[in-house]
Design a protein around this ligand. Structure first.
Ligand code: ADP
Length: 535
């Protein structure tokens, strides 16, 4: 027997309708790269999004067409998220930090029809366009010198001709709403095509107290770029509860700290490098930690030292594990039932793992390819995931990327601890294989960054005639520090197994990062391809 309840399509535009209706005057603030700060609110975002729907129709852009953005974080970009999806189009967020070759490849693969971009990327757009014939129209988010686009004005002028008296393009909840490509750190970029429904379900899980704990009084500052993995779902989730949003076009820690203090930010979301930079800034300036309530960290393992520091400042830390393919959040370090009975150290440990699945996603660990199953407690193996917002098939692919039971192989190596927590030990291809045994690059790095003079560290495997591979540790020292190899090795001894200790340590001025701010192991491996370890 079927239930007798209403059909109510789960479309992302419904989230914005709710925000504008119930929390219309809740602000959306933008800090621009030129230092100015502007304000709108959820009603304003909805009005602009509806105008953009009209403007897209005038350009003969149809439902299903891909509308790309090449932009940093700001309110116009936010309006464009809802404008593109509200017109029934597929919003395609491009990562401006990718190599030009990759961008050309991705734009052509996605068959983007419209491109909206920040003036700062105008020279890049000029180089891309001749190689991307599908892009029929360009619109610059900024007005002024570079706002040439195909239309001759900036985004505000473009939508300014419309009155916003329109309806969203109707459609079913399983239709595509957004396309995000993986950054290609592990091969050709692959497009993940989110549906309205998958994004709304992800949103409903995210706002819960056990996850992001979002409410109308929350004020969310996503430092994570809007082009990275669905912006971790934060625009949708903030709209769902009518939270205030604060966007910054720059990641300068001074600017971010000012925003946190002056706008009453409660929730900040960023990759670990954001927290490193924040602490470094606080130390250099002697400023106090801004009074935020919650730090969401993801994208890479966050060292326990960072978790501890945030928690000592009274900040709730939620580390999430996920990937572009999982919308992106699949597991979350929510507080277990016995949280209050735990010691501070135990609490820090819980938050330093990768958490447990949230309802809507499931994880399992299976034997690594070519390895025997490991049945011990906290056995380590290949991490697989499935759920309501996990990819089934990459955009344009002919076959599903999951097995018959919908399990998707993440390429991560992990173990499940007795309390159910997920512990990511590495990416399959970043593991260092020494004498047939695995060394976790992540754990080596975490041990190294616990040293007060280490800003950043990365471990990679270097060819070794006897052991196959041995670890090289690449380190960026804190400014002014003279930390040497011997001293750092002594610090690491006792923290990791003896045979894990790196065979060499190289001190660099900085480490290459990917477009999403993570350490790029691929670039490091290229750079140290011919490196000879000391005998
Ligand atoms: P890419 O790094 O290729 O751009 P994603 O941004 O989708 O792709 O990153 C997903 C990967 O990031 C995961 O497979 C995992 O290796 C890593 N990752 C994400 N969150 C965490 C975390 N909390 N701890 C450790 N690793 C993480």
């Amino acid at each position: 027997m079927l239930g007798a309840m209403q059909e109510w399509d789960l479309r992302v535009t419904g989230l914005l309708d709710h925000a504008a209706r119930e929390h219309g005057s809740r602000e959306v603030v933008t800090q621009w790269a030129d230092g100015s700060r502007t304000r709108t609110d959820w009603s304003g975002i909805r009005r602009d999004a509806l105008k953009m729907v009209q403007a897209l129709r005038r350009l003969d852009i149809y439902p299903g067409d891909r509308v790309a953005t090449l932009a940093m974080n700001h309110a116009r970009h936010l309006a464009a998220w809802f404008g593109a999806t509200g017109a029934g189009c597929v919003l395609h967020t491009l990562n401006p930090r990718l190599f030009e070759e990759q961008l050309v490849w991705i734009i052509n693969h996605a068959d983007d029809r419209v491109l909206l971009y920040d003036a700062a990327f105008h020279p890049l757009v000029e180089r891309l366009l001749p190689r991307c014939p599908s892009v029929a129209r360009t619109i610059c988010f900024d007005s002024g010198a570079f706002a040439s686009g195909s239309f001759g004005g900036g985004f505000d002028d473009w939508i300014g001709r419309e009155d916003g008296e329109a309806l969203w393009t109707p459609g079913a909840e399983r239709e595509a709403c957004m396309l995000c490509y993986t950054s290609g750190t592990t091969g050709d970029p692959k497009g993940v095509l989110y549906s309205h429904r998958s994004n709304v379900l992800h949103t409903l899980a995210m706002v819960a107290p056990s996850c992001l704990d979002l409410a109308p009084r929350s004020c969310v500052l996503p430092v994570v770029p809007m082009f990275h993995a669905n912006n971790w779902g934060l625009p949708w989730a903030s709209a769902a509860v009518g939270a205030k949003m604060v966007w910054s076009q720059t990641n300068d820690p001074q600017v971010l700290c000012d925003l946190m203090r002056e706008e009453g930010v409660s929730h900040v979301a960023g990759v670990p490098t954001v927290w490193f930079a924040l602490f470094e800034h606080l130390e250099r300036t002697g400023a106090a930690m801004p009074p935020i309530r919650q730090a969401l960290s993801g994208g890479a393992a966050v060292p326990a030292s960072v978790v501890e520091r945030l928690m000592r400042a009274g900040v709730r830390v939620v580390q999430a594990w996920g990937m572009t393919e999982t919308s992106p959040i699949a597991t979350m370090t929510y507080e277990p039932a016995d949280w209050d009975e735990m010691s501070f150290e135990e609490q820090v440990a819980v938050k330093s793992f990768q958490g447990r699945p949230v309802y809507g996603s499931e994880v399992r660990v299976v034997a690594l390819e070519g390895e025997a199953a490991d049945d011990g407690p906290a056995a380590s193996g290949a991490l697989q995931v499935r759920g309501a917002w996990t990819v089934r098939r990459y955009f344009g692919a002919e076959e599903d990327c999951t097995d018959g039971e919908q399990w998707f192989d993440t390429g991560d190596v992990a173990s499940l601890l007795p309390d159910g927590s997920l512990r990511i030990t590495d990416r399959t291809k970043d593991l260092i294989k020494s004498g047939g045994e695995w060394i976790s690059s992540v754990e080596l790095e975490n041990a190294a960054v616990a040293h007060p003079d280490v800003m950043e560290a990365a471990a990679i495997g270097i060819f070794h005639p006897k052991w196959d591979e041995r670890p090289l540790l690449v380190v960026v020292r804190r400014e002014g520090s003279e930390l040497g190899e011997r001293e750092l090795l002594a610090f690491l001894a006792g923290k990791v197994a003896r045979w894990w200790l790196p065979d060499a340590i190289e001190f660099l001025a900085d480490i290459p990062h990917t477009g999403s701010g993570k350490i790029s192991k691929k670039d490091l491996r290229d750079r140290f391809r011919d490196y000879r370890l000391p005998v």
